[in-house]
Design a protein around this ligand. Structure first.
Ligand code: ME8
Length: 508
């Protein structure tokens, strides 16, 4: 059985999660469920990044002690993942001793290899991004943080550095030989362009305790803590046993997919590969940086205060509809502009009108005409079904593997619409009047088979709805496997109709 190790970024716990965080975790969940459907062994890692100045200040502002504060906010993240059906296998917290131990081991090892040294740091720091910037980078950005365009703090302090510069040549040639390492292509080009136009400076990896005390104590010098990003990146290996459980590490590493937002591309595509290479550890297979959800063309962010609250949306439209909207509306490589109108339109057209209606009408007919028991008398595949099912079966996995969710969903919904049209064209109510019972049963069986197949394909996107459909068809969850997406797998259906899956939402 092949394995699939997938990760989200570990989120800062300076505030509760918003729809941007939900987006990343939902993409990963969709991928994890898709891989499980294909029979792969999946390890889905998520967690929280709990150290650093930003979290410390947020704790202070809330008047709580830091560890009480982080515990509370971590609770909010975990609750949201539960409410969104995010099926992670492990939740790592950087404040866990096991993780801190690995961070210290990594630094000690890199130091013993001669890759860490002490020197004076002169430059700038952006606290909201927890990032160091050189004077040139700040100047080029117009005197602000090159990423978030906010004010930066000038700092001059003795620090420990990691010799990133030593590996510049290696990284460039690695990228050249592995063009699919960073995806999508635009992000690969961005990193390559950055490396072509800049000389890699060594990375500052400590902060003096006199300025920042909330962090992993630096193993070589107790008057420092580890720079929060250096600590955070290591979570991807500490969570799967690096330095503590060799068998587990061999089983899962390398990660098959690090999914991140494009805001943290530099850290993942430059610092992280070099750290791993210097440690003698193989690199993740793919780093995929998705776009941003914006509100009125501005990136949504906790510190800007323009966030869309996922809890409100779950309450208003439900978990599955929210997951569907986020995954259907934009391709993960692109940015999206969030609007409630778009959410409502998408739900009403695709979910209420097309899918919900198909399921409801079909189950209704099965109930009304056959008391809920439909048997395969003849099970030939209607020609119009075949025309849309064939490209779906052929391309679904390919689109899913490349994270092209809108394309995969387009194929599924093309089939849903074909089934709706099949109902209208067949006019079963007229057949009923003419007592064409076996013709209707054949017709209904075809629809039920189609709906069963659709529910499997939709499972990664809307797990609860897919399960609800199977339940109403009288089937068990074991059927949730891509192997089951074949025609005429069931002899008899015993319908147990429930309330409509996706009621229409009132635009007001
Ligand atoms: O950067 N649109 O944590 P973070 C889409 N702790 N995705 C968004 C988003 C938006 N508007 N806003 C946030 C950190 N995200 C570090 C990561 S990993 C070793 C350390 C998502 O809480 C997106 O995935 O700021 C982005 O990369 C991540 O949240 C940043 O979360």
């Amino acid at each position: 059985m092949s394995k699939f190790y997938i990760t989200t970024p570990i989120y800062y716990v300076n505030a509760s999660p918003h729809i941007g965080h939900a987006y990343t975790s939902i993409i990963c969940d969709c991928m994890a469920r898709f891989k499980r459907l294909g029979g792969e062994q999946v390890y889905y890692l998520t967690g929280t990044d709990e150290h650093g100045e930003k979290v410390n200040q947020a704790a202070k502002a809330s008047g709580e002690d830091v560890s009480g504060f982080v515990d509370r906010v971590v609770g909010n993240f975990k609750k949201l993942w539960k409410d969104l059906d995010v099926s992670y296998d492990f939740f790592i917290r950087t404040t866990q001793n096991e993780h801190k131990e690995v961070v210290r081991k990594v630094i000690t090892l890199l130091h013993s290899k001669g890759d860490i040294y002490k020197a004076k740091y002169q430059g700038f720091y952006c606290m909201p991004c927890e990032s160091f910037w050189t004077p040139t980078q700040v100047k080029d950005a117009g005197g602000v943080c090159a990423l978030c365009k906010r004010e930066v703090e000038k700092i001059e302090e003795e620090n420990y550095f990691f010799k990133l510069s030593k590996y510049e040549g290696w990284l460039k040639s690695y990228l050249k030989k592995n063009p699919s390492f960073i995806q999508p292509k635009t992000r690969y080009n961005e990193v390559k362009g950055f490396l072509d136009n800049n000389v890699l400076a060594d990375l500052c990896i400590s902060r003096p305790k006199s300025r920042v005390s909330w962090g992993v104590e630096f193993p070589l010098d107790a008057s420092y803590v580890v720079y929060v990003w250096f600590d955070a990146l290591i979570n991807y290996i500490s969570a799967v046993g690096y330095g503590s459980d060799d068998d587990k590490f061999k089983q899962w590493w390398p990660a098959d997919l690090h999914l991140i937002g494009k805001d943290i591309l530099r850290h993942h595509a430059i610092f992280w590969p070099v750290m791993l290479h210097a440690l003698g550890v193989s690199l993740p297979r793919v780093i995929f940086a998705h776009g941003w959800w914006k509100v009125e063309e501005e990136k949504m962010s906790k510190s800007k205060g323009n966030i869309v609250n996922p809890y409100t949306l779950i309450k208003d439209v439900g978990t599955d509809a929210l997951r569907y909207f986020l995954l259907r509306e934009i391709s993960p490589g692109a940015d999206g502009n969030f609007s409630y109108k778009a959410v409502v339109n998408r739900i009403n057209s695709d979910l209420a009108n097309d899918l919900g209606n198909l399921v409801y009408r079909t189950l209704n007919m099965a109930q009304k005409y056959f008391d809920g028991k439909v048997t395969a008398r003849k099970c030939s595949l209607p020609a119009q079904f075949k025309k849309t099912l064939a490209p779906l079966a052929q391309n679904y996995a390919k689109y899913m593997d490349s994270l092209n969710f809108p394309a995969a969903l387009d194929l599924v919904f093309a089939f849903v619409r074909v089934m709706n049209k099949y109902i209208e064209d067949t006019k079963p109510w007229a057949l009923w009047k003419e007592k064409e019972t076996s013709r209707i049963e054949e017709f209904l069986y075809a629809l039920l088979e189609g709906i069963r197949i659709v529910s499997v394909y939709l499972y990664p996107f809307m797990p609860a709805a897919a399960q609800a459909i199977l339940r109403q068809l009288g089937l068990k969850e074991e059927l949730l496997s891509l192997r089951e997406c074949k025609w005429a797998q069931k002899e008899t259906y015993s319908i147990k109709k429930e309330k409509p899956l996706f009621p229409r939402i009132d635009v007001d």
